[in-house]
Design a protein around this ligand. Structure first.
Ligand SMILES: Nc1ncnc2c1ncn2[C@@H]1O[C@H](COP(=O)(O)OP(=O)(O)OP(=O)(O)O)[C@@H](O)[C@H]1O
Length: 316
């Protein structure tokens, strides 16, 4: 559904040159929900705008929904839906009118039937007479998505679909996105800087940082392949105690990475369950004063930390 090779975009302005996207390769199959995850300024929106023909790449090539991005941008546009950050609805215009206009713009053959079905699917029945500005945040996002889907595109791009929504509306929107894929087989490409969103919703994730893809896989694969398990140790004696513990453990065969923050050591280890006793013995032998110890399965934040050396929350 998407095949991109070396896609890149450089911006040149008065303040110099910004390499926003530095060569992105993507292969995305039909019916996948794919998340493009990264901190602010990583290049997510720029990639999305290239894939949706809104911005010309400075290098690379791509086929999107069966059409060549550079050779046939109109063909790409007919076959995709695009829901921009914050949407594009006029707050004064009734939701039904927006949908009707969009359907006519795309020459949808059965506009009324299509709109009725979409509204049922996205729980927008009874909202069509209301101006978009009078809808709740969640309803408005669902209207934006309905607008992006009116012409039955097999591929839809959602730019940060849940930014600004409360936790309940976010969860509700995830349900709707899953259902769209389930019922219509729509391929969904979304950007997010929420790790939990990517984890809960996406079949596959690309992590982008400084314009490059730094990791790719299913959430489970990424957590397994990149991060191992996480062991967190709190030590008496503050940073000095933690530094001593780290040097006692850094040569241990199971330890892949060890970082100190204050009096805490964060270890990435292979097979945490198995390694734990050995780690405690090594700490004992070094005379480290252990206060507490936690073993956890990695989160996507741990993955991001492992591949970039910093936390996604700090980076954002
Ligand atoms: N039109 C532009 N002119 C100059 N620089 C730009 C332009 N658009 C984006 N950039 C720069 O390119 C980089 C990538 O921006 P982009 O908007 O793609 O990031 P992002 O990952 O979508 O971030 P966010 O999560 O904040 O939306 C940033 O450094 C940004 O400042």
């Amino acid at each position: 559904m998407i095949e991109a090779s070396g896609l890149a975009r450089t911006f040149t302005g008065r303040h110099g040159t910004v390499e926003a996207v530095r060569g992105v390769d993507l292969r995305i199959g039909p019916g996948e929900i794919v998340g493009f995850l990264g901190p602010n300024g990583a290049g997510k929106t720029t990639t999305l705008r290239m894939l949706t023909t809104l911005l010309a790449p400075t290098a690379g090539s791509a086929t999107v929904a069966g059409h060549d991005l550079r050779g046939d941008p109109a063909g790409v546009r007919r076959r995709i839906g695009y829901v921009a950050q914050g949407g594009g609805t006029d707050p004064a215009v009734p939701a039904g009118e927006e949908l009707d206009l969009q359907a006519r713009l795309y020459g949808v053959p059965d506009p009324r039937e299509r709109i009725t079905k979409l509204c049922a699917r996205l729980e927008l029945e009874g909202m069509l007479d209301r101006p978009a500005g009078a809808l709740s945040g969640g309803q408005r996002r669902r209207l934006d998505i309905a607008l992006g889907l009116v012409h039955r595109p097999p591929l839809v791009f959602l730019d940060e679909p849940t930014t600004g929504l409360d936790p309940q509306s976010r969860g509700n929107l995830w349900e709707h996105i899953r259902r769209l894929r389930g019922e219509d087989g729509t391929t969904v490409f979304l950007t997010t800087h929420y790790l939990d969103e990517a984890d809960a919703l996406c079949d596959r994730i690309f992590i982008i940082d400084h314009g490059r893809i730094v990791a790719e896989g299913t959430p489970a694969e990424l957590k397994r392949r990149v991060a191992g398990d996480v062991v967190t140790l709190d030590l008496a004696g503050g940073p000095d105690g933690a530094a001593r513990a780290r040097s006692a453990l850094s040569g241990h065969p199971a330890v892949r990475q060890a970082t100190v923050t204050g009096g805490t050591v964060r270890l990435t280890v292979e097979d945490g369950d198995q390694a734990l006793m050995g780690l405690v013995r090594a700490l004992d032998a070094a005379g480290a004063d252990l206060v507490s110890l936690r073993l956890s399965r990695p989160t996507l934040d741990d993955v991001f930390f492992t591949v970039t050396g910093r936390s996604l929350r700090d980076a954002a």
